[in-house]
Design a protein around this ligand. Structure first.
Ligand code: PLP
Length: 414
């Protein structure tokens, strides 16, 4: 899978040259320093061109016609499924439902898998470090069935309290849901350990891989989970793409969630029968151009190698963390020993939004706010943080630019 051996030096300049947007400037000539990759990543030219090529040369609907264009479009769409399945270690492409992203994947599990199984008094176990996409769908279905959402606590360092998670895995719990990598703290959770605990208690485990698939080699079967959700736009692909991997035997038991074209075997006015997974869960015309682009993104990432990407981002994390510690009054939230290159921080006396606005004026794009993680903000007793999130195409010089802009902002806000 990794085309380039792990030891080959990382040519960041050559990689950056493949991302047209990274060359742009803002505010009358300031180089853009894009450190909002946890929000969405930039796209290499090959992805942009694949989307463009689809509409210029191949535009047709999938699986509905025998003409050449439709066959080509279907081939592209199914080719994306095959590429993604290989990329995340699925046993077969048929185990992968193509979705509009993680949000749709977790909602699919909530309504198709969980809702029919929930009884009053049951529970879903999640954690306080989750994105709302891994909390709110469970609340919605629990609300319909008098079931309850439980959340495992975290330590001040940003690590999951694994003992508490395991203690909460009682007989009432019908599904456990945890993020692989926190979008706020960067914490990498010990998924194999959590999956083993869930298996011992017969509780299926869903993993939110939104922030893992773009940054780490992921092998869903080795992780030992039952569901794995991810999103395409954070892994150099187009928006409106993503997937849900699930064990084949689980998918086979799940009823449809959306109804419409392409997910049926036969429709009569009295009732319908449904296609096998994954088509059963893909009603309607999908984002074909987007998946053509996402397949290119997978080839692009494989061409660099996920092992090398992970190692390069760890270098950036170490460098940026050390540099940020030089800023007086700056506090980092999330210092787990095993973390991805996501750095949330607060600066004494400055509101996160004011800080982010001043950084932006220097060309430095970071995110400020609650990061769709209200329970985590409540856990730390803060309304918002600033978050610098790095990708393999970022540089040490960009970390320096962040620190220089922070020192300037601090002086202005003092
Ligand atoms: N989960 C995590 C950890 C995320 O960071 C995000 C996006 O920020 C999501 C879920 C939701 O992804 P999407 O909006 O692409 O469905």
């Amino acid at each position: 899978m990794n085309a380039v051996p792990a030891g080959v030096p990382f040519d960041t300049a050559a990689i950056r040259a493949r991302f047209p947007l990274l060359a742009r400037t803002v505010y009358g000539g300031k180089p853009l320093v894009y450190l909002d990759n946890a929000n969405t990543s930039q796209k290499p030219a090959c992805v942009i061109e694949a989307v463009d090529r689809f509409y210029r040369e191949r535009n047709a609907n999938v699986s509905r016609a025998v003409h050449a264009l439709s066959e080509e479009a279907t081939g592209l769409y199914e080719g994306a499924r095959t590429a993604l399945a290989r990329f995340i270690g699925a046993g077969s492409p048929q185990e992968l439902v193509l979705t509009s992203g993680t949000t749709m994947a977790t909602n699919l599990v909530a309504y198709s898998y969980l809702l029919p199984r929930l009884r009053p008094g049951d529970a879903v176990l999640t954690t306080v470090m989750e994105h709302h996409a891994n909390i709110v769908p469970w609340q919605l279905v629990c609300g319909r069935t008098d079931a309850q959402v439980l959340a495992a606590p975290i330590r001040d360092s940003g690590e999951l309290d694994v003992d508490a998670f395991v203690r909460l895995l009682g007989p009432r719990v019908k599904l456990a849901c945890v993020t692989h990598v926190s979008n706020v703290l960067g914490t990498v959770n010990p998924i194999p350990e959590l999956a083993a605990a869930c298996r011992r208690r017969g509780v299926p485990l869903l993993v939110d891989g939104s922030q893992a698939v773009p940054h780490l080699p992921v092998d869903v079967r080795a992780l030992g989970c039952d569901f794995y959700a991810f999103t395409g736009h954070k892994m150099c692909g187009p928006t409106g793409t993503g997937g849900l991997w699930a064990r084949r035997e689980i998918l086979a038991q799940m009823p449809p969630f959306f109804g419409g074209g392409e997910m049926i075997r036969e429709v009569r006015i009295e009732g319908s029968t449904f296609a096998d997974p994954p088509a059963r869960f893909e009603a309607g015309t999908p984002n074909i151009a987007g998946f053509a682009g996402l397949a290119e993104a997978v080839h692009f990432l494989e061409g660099i190698g996920m092992v090398r990407i992970a190692a390069r981002e760890q270098q950036l994390l170490r460098y940026a963390t050390a540099r940020l510690r030089e800023v007086p009054g700056l506090r980092i939230l999330g210092e787990a020993p095993h973390k991805a290159a996501v750095i949330s921080f607060l600066v004494e006396g400055a509101h996160a939004h004011d800080l982010a606005t001043l950084l932006d004026l220097e060309g430095v794009a970071v995110r400020s706010g609650h990061h769709c993680a209200h329970p985590l903000m409540q856990r730390y007793g803060v309304p918002a943080t600033c978050r610098a999130s790095f990708a393999f195409y970022n540089t040490e010089a960009e970390a320096d630019a962040l620190v220089a802009a922070l020192l300037k902002a601090r002086a202005l806000l003092a």
